[in-house]
Design a protein around this ligand. Structure first.
Ligand code: GDP
Ligand code: IMO
Ligand code: MG
Length: 441
């Protein structure tokens, strides 16, 4: 029988929760999501592809997840890859094989028939367009993400469902090949790619893919109707969002909360909680503005202490102090209800800790994210310094009251500056290294 939804005040519990990045990625979304997995029925990726790299440490064993939802590590969870993602089938199968070899079953995985497929064309364009941009390159992960979303918007994209229809697939690959050829004329870097070979390669994935493919929008809406707990996992982060990030130095998807709806086929009234994950400081991989970046020894110290090297490309991450303007912006554009702050343990080496509370911009002082990219690029941080807890190792602490007073004060100070409660605090990389102040599920 049909169920009607009138308001959020009916007797539903807390079935839908979005977890996303509040900075420039690599905030520890993987760990934060994994910690919730024991209370979750479905774990759903809604954007991005294998540009993501989420590290999860379970019983001392380290897993790096790219395309697969973090929930894959928890047997009771159904992992889902939503329509808003982009999938490289070769990488998907490699990731599944690697996990299964390590004893993680992946047969529960569901994949949207509407997700888009990354082809060799997209990977080639990703590389050649970066070369073409020269000093203005974005510093992409080179996985073909941007060009695949561009093909989607051009309406020549290949969806997962096309892999089951050789005729349609062949036609689509030909159109894509012709368009790519004409667009890349004069790009000396572009190597010719044979459309017939691409079609054959894509078809070779279809048999293995078929049992995983589903109408995931229907599955998820049914699950929510039954009060099952669904966790939507954002890849990348707010400041890398195609609409709200530091354009053009962004990824090509909506990483922000709205992406959870468009990227999975659920409506906004379904979402009860939106959790932003942020580090106790800031990092960024790739090019683009970063007001609090430290290019000195302190930056190197943060990189070393925090192990700040990309989980996908291995590139050293750029490091800097916490930026409350960015965090406040993330609260605004995502409607965050809670924050998870990771890596507080990494700050135990500092006498004092600067926090950026506003910017000096060409248009004057502000405590809001500048709307114009040029103003943000020219922004200079205004810092307030708060006392550190140098020498007091807080690794693995799980009780807020056991933190040194200065660490407690840092957390409450940030809450006030950012305007959102910090519900969970990370004190180490392992699943259990966290202080839970407010339960998220
Ligand atoms: P994601 O892409 O947002 O999932 O983040 P990454 O996995 O790329 O990067 C976060 C890194 O920080 C990983 O190496 C995690 O193991 C690690 N990490 C997460 N939370 C904590 C924490 O609270 N303390 C410490 N020391 N490491 C953490
Ligand atoms: P997770 O999910 C950090 C960055 C790239 C580049 C820009 C565009 O692990 O937080 P793309 O290949 O997406 O076209 O690259 O976005 N980037 C990330 N940075 N964490 C990520 O994912 C990222 N995914 C993409 O470095 O600057
Ligand atoms: Mg990452």
């Amino acid at each position: 029988m049909a169920r009607f939804r009138f308001s959020k005040d009916d007797e539903r519990t807390m079935p839908a929760i979005v977890v996303l990045g509040a900075q420039w990625g690599d905030e520890g979304k993987g760990k934060a999501t994994d910690q919730l997995a024991k209370d979750v029925d479905f774990s759903v990726k809604y954007n991005g592809g294998n540009n993501a790299g989420h590290t999860v440490v379970v019983n001392g064993e380290k897993f790096a997840l790219h395309l697969l939802p973090t929930g894959i590590l928890s047997p009771r969870v159904t992992p889902v890859i939503g329509n808003g993602t982009v999938i490289d089938p070769k990488v998907l199968f490699q990731e599944i094989d690697d996990l299964e070899k390590r004893g993680v079953p992946c047969d529960r995985l569901l994949i949207s028939s509407r997700a888009h497929v990354i082809t060799p064309f997209a990977i080639a364009i990703d590389h050649s367009s970066e070369k073409f941009r020269g000093t203005r390159k974005i510093g992409t992960t080179g996985r073909g993400i941007g060009p695949t979303y561009a093909e989607k918007m051009y309406r020549i994209g290949i969806q997962v469902q096309d892999l089951f229809d050789p005729e349609i697939l062949g036609e689509k690959v030909t159109v894509m090949s012709d368009l790519v050829k004409s667009l890349s004329q004069g790009w000396s870097h572009a190597e010719p790619i044979d459309p017939v070979e691409v079609t054959q390669e894509l078809l070779s994935y279809s048999e293995r893919l078929r049992p995983m493919v589903a109408n995931t929008s229907l599955v998820l809406n049914n699950a929510l109707d039954e009060n099952r707990v669904v966790l939507f996992e954002g890849g990348q982060a707010t400041m890398l969002d195609i609409d709200h990030g530091t354009y053009p130095y962004v990824t090509s998807s909506n990483c922000t909360a709205g992406g959870a709806c468009t990227g999975t086929g659920i409506g906004p009234t379904r979402i009860d909680r939106v959790v932003g994950v942020m580090k106790a400081y800031t990092t960024r991989v790739g090019e683009g503005p970063f007001p609090t970046e430290l290019t000195d020894d302190t930056g190197e110290t943060l990189r070393k202490l925090g192990g700040e090297y990309g989980a996908t490309t291995g590139r050293p991450r750029r490091t800097g102090w916490f930026d409350a303007v960015v965090a406040r912006y993330a609260v605004r554009v995502n409607g965050l209800t809670d924050l998870v702050m990771t890596k507080l343990d990494i700050l135990s080496e500092f006498e004092t800790i600067p926090v950026c509370v506003g910017y000096e911009t060409p248009r004057g002082r502000t405590d809001q994210m500048p709307d114009y990219s040029v103003d943000f690029a020219a922004s200079r941080p205004i810092y307030e310094e708060v006392p550190g807890w140098k020498g007091e190792d807080i690794s693995g602490i799980t009780d807020f009251r056991k933190l040194p007073q200065a660490a407690q004060d840092y957390v409450t100070y940030l809450e006030e500056k950012v305007g959102c409660r910090i519900s969970v605090i990370g004190t180490g990389a392992s699943r259990e290294d966290a202080i839970v102040r407010h339960s998220l599920v």
